[in-house]
Design a protein around this ligand. Structure first.
Ligand code: G4P
Length: 190
């Protein structure tokens, strides 16, 4: 998606070969006009896939996921990154390890909002190692829902996330695919 790629080039900042800062339009401040364009693109791409719900992982995925859900006329379900204090069987949980932040968390979903006839589009801001999305897929399986595809704003294609997900049989649709980067330099896959 050219609009997103142009914005990454103008306002994004590769702080090293692995981490891209996009604080001013995705992570800390959100450009709502850009997010609307992102949502229109996702909605156009996935409109014939029979999607019944969008799932995202808090927090930066919420803005694009919400607008995409609105475009497709389906609800948004948010998976939380906090362990529940009430482990009474009413929540689904799975452990996710983030290599970027060197941390582990319990990804948590409420099964009340996921049914076996749900066909879910997962949306997130970044795809790096694919750990968060893989955790979300595990929770969707526990809820007996099916995965329609995965929509990503920024894919770091030099990391293994896409390969892992594709090998597991999932469609990954990324709006900006970064081939490589270094301080002051970002190169996309066309
Ligand atoms: P993975 O799920 O693909 O394996 O990714 P990973 O755990 O490595 O990423 C953990 C967190 O770091 C995620 O955000 C992800 O969006 C973010 N992240 C990964 N690579 C980059 C990057 O190059 N730049 C930026 N800005 N973020 C990156 P999070 O901790 O869940 O934060 P948030 O969603 O609450 O903002």
């Amino acid at each position: 998606m050219n609009l997103l790629k142009e914005r990454i080039l103008s306002d994004g900042r590769a702080i090293n070969a692995d981490v891209l800062k996009v604080d001013s339009f995705i992570n800390h401040q959100v450009d709502t006009v850009l997010m609307e364009a992102v949502a229109e693109d996702f909605a156009r791409h996935f409109k014939d896939k029979g999607i019944t719900k969008i799932v995202t992982i808090e927090s930066s995925g919420i803005a694009p996921a919400l607008l995409t859900a609105h475009e497709l006329g389906v609800p948004l379900v948010i998976f939380k990154k906090k362990a529940s204090r009430v482990l009474n069987g009413s929540l689904l949980q799975t452990e996710v390890t983030s290599f970027t932040t060197n941390s582990t968390y319990e990804l948590t979903a409420s099964p009340k909002f996921l049914k076996s006839d749900d066909h879910v589009l997962i949306i997130d801001d970044f795809l790096a190692n694919g750990e968060a999305v893989t955790g979300a897929i595990r929770l969707l399986r526990m809820a007996h829902a099916t995965v329609a595809g995965i929509g990503i704003l920024i894919e770091k294609s030099f990391q293994p996330g896409r390969k892992k997900l594709e090998e597991a049989g999932f469609e990954v649709y990324s709006l900006a695919r970064i081939k490589e980067m270094s301080t002051g330099h970002i190169e996309f896959i066309d």
